[in-house]
Each structure stands twice: as C-alpha cells, then as structure tokens.
Design a protein. Sequence first.
Length: 345
Amino acid sequence: MNVVNTTHRAATALSFTSEVERNTAHLYEKVKKVIPAVEWPVFAPMIDRINRLKAEKNAVILGHNYMTPEIFHCVADITGDSLALARSAAKTEADIIVMAGVHFMAETAKIMNPSKKVLIPNSGAGCTLAEAITAEDVRKLKAQYPGVPVVTYVNTSADVKAEADICCTSANAAQIVEGLGTPRVIMLPDEYLALNTAKQVKCEIITWKGRCMVHEQFSPADIRGLRETNPGVVVLAHPECSPEVVAECDFTGSTAGMIDYVAKNKPPKVVLITECSMSDNVAADFPELDFVKPCNLCPFMKRIELSNILHALETETIEVHVDPAIAVRARVSVERMITGWKYGT
Ligand code: 13P
Ligand code: SF4
C-alpha cells in the first residue's frame, strides 16, 4: 500500500527522532553559534530528509552566499557567489540541480545545462536588477551605440544575456570590461556596479539605471555611524552599493571576495555591508571574530526556505525552462565570461 507507506514515511521523517538528531549532529556543530538550540528540532528533520533525497535522486543544491545558515551550511553542496555558482552549474554531473538562490541564477544553470532538470524552490525569487532591463532595451542601446560591446551583469534574464556580447559578475567586472580592449563599453543594468567599475578601468562606461534594492539602501552616513559606534571596525562592502558608500569602506568585493578578505585578514571586528545572511554564514565559520550586523534583507533570497527546497526535491518542481533559441545565445555570453574572450575575436 504505497499511500500508507508514503504517509508513514513523511510523518516519521519529519519528526525530530533520535536518528535524525544523530544524523544531523555534525551539521548543528557548524551552525550552533547562529542557530538557537530551540530551533534545531524544526530544521533537522527537513535537513535530514533533503540530504537523503539528494543522494537518492542524484541531485545537487547550489546555494548562494545569501542563503540562511541552515540552507547554506546544512544542505547546499556547493556554495558561493554568482560567479562560483555559474561555474559549478557548468561542471556538475548531477541529474537535478536545485538552485537555492534567485531566478536568474537558476536560469543561468539551465542555460549551461539544457538537458538537465533545474529547479527553483519558489518562483517569486526575483531580483530588482534582473527586472530593471528588457531585451528590447538592450537592442535599442545597441542601435544607439553601434560597435560598442555590451556587458551584462549575470543578474539579468536569459533574454537580456542573449543580446549581450559577454556577461560579468561583481567578482570579475573590471577584468571583463578591461579585457574587451575597446574605448567604450555598455555595462548593464546596475548603475552602481558600473560606476564603481569605471573607477578601475581606462575605458568609458555607458550604463543603465538599475539598482539592487538591498545595497542601494546603505548610505555614507550609515558607514560613518558604524565607525563611530564601533571603533576599529573593518568595513567591507559589495560593489552594488553606491560609489559614495564604497568610498567610505575599507574593501569592496563580491560576496565571495568579502568572505576571502575575512578568511585572510581575520579582522577582530568586521561589518559586511550587504545582505543579512552573509554575516551569519561567515560568523559560523569564524566564531572568534566579532561581526557587527547592520544589514538589509533581500526579500527575494529569503523566499528560499528549507520547506520549499524539500518540496522541490520531492515533487521535482518548479522546473526552470529557457527557450532553446534564447539559451544558445545566452550561453555564448556566459561561456565567454567563464573562459575569457576579447571583443571581435
Ligand atoms: P555576488 O554573490 O556575485 O557578489 O552577487 C551578489 C548578489 O546580489 C546576488 O544577487
Ligand atoms: Fe537582486 Fe539585490 Fe536581491 Fe541580489 S540582493 S538578488 S541583486 S535584489
């Protein structure tokens, strides 16, 4: 009687049994500084079930650095910034990819793996940058600036990537723009990333008015206030922040760049000017460091939860589809970013 078995399995698997407690004890060790003991009996049964399903179905979970610690440290197989996730998506041997991140990341994984099943646990996990520009906008810009190469941030739809010459992420923006070797570059859609990149390169950058709703909220006065109330604090910021905020900080880098900075320099007191969960994830790895946490939540990233990851694996939904004709063109832009490319070659 399959129905009875399935119901029984769900009921037992989602209880905090002594078996679940044993299976997940090593994971709780990793996150105990940032997840209260009282919450673990709620998370642990889902974590145990997700990890079993991954093995059964040959599935992999790619987790962005903004995932909450119970996802980031306990169920994600590969974690990282947008660049690392795009690279991993291009290499994985798994049959199913679950993106614990936002929709453009899942689309990128699908573009790189057209024959694989790519799942997003919540279809509402969007991004204000990806929504800021359409393929038609890019076509108009190309008509306005003929012969000027187009670099699109990975935080864009597949349609927009298909119109680009090459993609970039916050980890490689200056290198990609400079590597084109042209006097002008169109860089879309994040105005702040483009302005911050313009300070690092020799060419002129034409940009767009897109903003990340999380990073645009930080102000230079916030950073000055933090330094006043936390003497000696080291301030790291994401380049989606305004150039005025970046000018007040000690280091700017992608989410992975910030993590590397903390790992190498071990600043005793540090603040990450970015999405909230990053600090919790890094604090779990460096319990000896003091993390000041004035952060802003990304409501899109926070739509991904253990419960919908579990549902995605159990039901193999919500599947991400990209029109094959678009995917072929978008893939060229992502591959050029990953493997390197010079304009016109
Ligand atoms: P990175 O992880 O590439 O730095 O990007 C940050 C971001 O905002 C992704 O949504
Ligand atoms: Fe988009 Fe900003 Fe959220 Fe990243 S943090 S997904 S850029 S809205």
